[in-house]
Design a protein around this ligand. Sequence first.
Ligand code: NI
Length: 191
Amino acid sequence: MILPIVAYGDPMLKKAAEITPEDYPDLKQLVADMFETMQFAKGVGLAAPQIGKSIRMFLVDASPFAEDDKEGKHQHLRDFKKVFINPEIQEEWGDEWNFEEGCLSIPGIREDVWRNEKIRIKYLDENFNLHEDQFDDISARIIQHEYDHIEGVLFTDHLNPLKRRLLKKRLLDISRGIVDVKYKMRFPLKR
Ligand code: NI
């Protein structure tokens, strides 16, 4: 089932999410619904707060990067499709690099964000098996962006004050539902 995605301005997106309990009701179904929602919206990541659930869980599917890939640089991303439950980033290192990020909760806006190149993360998969893995480049980038969501942080929070001021009106319009978007959303200030 495709779920509505919570838009910028909703308090849900500003709140640190709670640990996901192992007996969370219908978790498998929720994971399936989130994948369906993300794919329909053509996203590469989706965090539970974005569909209105304040739990520490997100999923990623970087295969669109492999599909658009003319230089053959991102073919390894074809299989980067994963669920992260109760993740903890253990370490972030490497050069900071700049990449244009977008967010399904903030349609139509893309801005450069600086992040470290590499991360080490501990997480549970959808069967609650524990993993500890290292990621870099675009995979790390997507995880860092989604991890921010479960901490109540949006990519716009990483922008400098001038950039944020320039975006203010467009962000307010998104909260009001004044935005062209092809997927189902829930707007906090829509009348
Ligand atoms: Ni996002």
